[in-house]
Ligand binder design. Structure first.
Ligand code: NAD
Length: 368
């Protein structure tokens, strides 16, 4: 059988540095676990603009649609700030998400014990935290029509429209229930059904999907404003949270920060399953291209490495190997390995991006 295919788009700034460590880990799985991938590299963002005058070449888009999974580093940087909106690096990423129809955005918020002191919350509230926010990514108020700034009488009015169809809610609800079955079997759906009709429909459809096809999963509903409070009050009450694009944008950033550094946060964006059951998928760290530290070997590669762990689990059904990689990360953190973002000014000398890669590879070797 052919190896599964991975398209790697390292992008700009620290993207190539952190992705360099992921490539070493991919090679390790090929050599030590007989889990080989056909890897192809291409350009996205500013790097693609420099070569092609566009942040995502059509050929790259076609490769992304054909690949079993796409791994992305980061895009953007000050060099590209003055470009026209249509060719800004971020447009490359948005095109990928749109044309791959990646409607389900998975943002884990996991607190490694060794980093619990980094959270802005008390250690006992976050230690051991492991929740997943599923955000609807392709519809809702960021896309609904009408939208714009219009003249109305003698003043202007800004309009955006929250719009969800039943099928859009149905498919993201299913992805949350499927995910919960692989975790602790609990879903909390968040909306504002008290004040928004789209929230009423959201609640009805999520409940219907549950009752018809996922009665084994525990389902609760919560207003999103209460959800925000509960996330900072007692986040461990949640397993999977499913919510719309706007609330998901805010709640996932809030939950992510419970865990400390931006350099630790992976994400997955999934679309509809192909004929072989594998969803279209893009895996990327939550952080950006970090131009302030790019090229200095300071970046923490863990967010990008944990994104690859998500690819192992959600695209390639390699849950045990994903757990092996996550445990290796946990081990090096417990042993005290720290890049600069995981340290205070008094905490000694940080290790470099590649030294963090070395430590994780050593922990993987030790896992055999
Ligand atoms: P950023 O995430 O790049 O950086 C924010 C801060 O976090 C910086 O101080 C940075 O040094 C630090 N940081 C981020 N990742 C880190 C890592 N792995 N290790 C250590 N420290 C890390 O956000 P920003 O500064 O607002 O944006 C910089 C550029 O990235 C902009 O052009 C922005 O548009 C782009 N951006 C891209 C993405 C993406 O590619 N998905 C996401 C956010 C921002």
């Amino acid at each position: 059988m052919a190896n599964p295919s991975l398209l790697i788009l390292a992008g700009d700034g620290i993207g190539p540095e952190v992705m360099g460590q992921v490539v070493r880990i991919i090679d390790w799985f090929g050599e030590k676990r007989s889990l080989a991938f056909d890897v192809e590299h291409d350009l996205v963002g500013g790097a693609a603009y420099d070569k092609h005058g566009t942040p995502l070449h059509d050929d790259t888009m076609a490769k992304a649609l054909a690949a079993d999974a796409v791994l992305l580093g980061a895009v953007g940087g000050p060099k590209y700030d003055a470009l026209d909106f249509s060719v800004k690096p971020e447009r490359g990423l948005l095109r990928l998400r749109k044309e791959m129809d990646l409607f389900s955005n998975l943002r884990p918020a996991q607190c490694f014990d060794a980093l619990a002191d980094f959270s802005s919350l008390k250690k006992d509230i976050v230690a051991g935290l492991d929740i997943m926010i599923v955000r609807e990514l392709t519809s809702g108020v960021y896309f609904g029509e009408p939208r714009g700034i219009f003249e109305e009488g003698n003043e202007r009015v800004g309009i955006n429209t929250q719009r969800y169809t039943e099928s859009e809610i149905d498919r993201v609800a299913r992805s949350a229930f499927e995910l919960a079955r692989r975790r602790n079997n609990k879903v909390c759906s968040m909306e504002k059904a008290n004040v928004m009709e789209s929230g009423i429909l959201w609640r009805e459809v999520v409940q219907k999907v549950h009752d018809e096809d996922y009665p084994d999963v525990e389902l609760t509903h919560m207003y999103a404003d209460n959800g925000a409070m509960q996330l900072v009050r007692a986040p461990k009450q949640f397993d999977v949270i499913v919510t719309d694009n706007l609330f998901g944008d805010i709640l996932s950033d809030c939950a992510a920060m419970l865990t400390g550094s931006l350099g630790m946060l992976p994400s997955a964006s999934l679309g509809a399953p192909n004929a072989d059951g594998r969803p279209k998928a893009l895996y990327e760290p939550v952080h950006g291209s970090a131009p302030d530290i790019a090229g200095q070997g300071k970046a923490n590669p863990i967010a990008c490495i944990l994104s690859f762990a998500m690819a192992l689990r959600y695209s390639f059904d390699q849950g045990e190997e994903a757990a092996r990689l996550e445990k290796a990360v946990e081990q090096v953190l417990a042993d005290g390995a720290r890049t600069a973002d995981l340290m205070g000014p008094e905490d000694g000398t940080p290790i470099s991006t590649s030294e963090m890669g070395d430590a994780i590879l050593a922990a993987l070797d030790a896992s055999l």
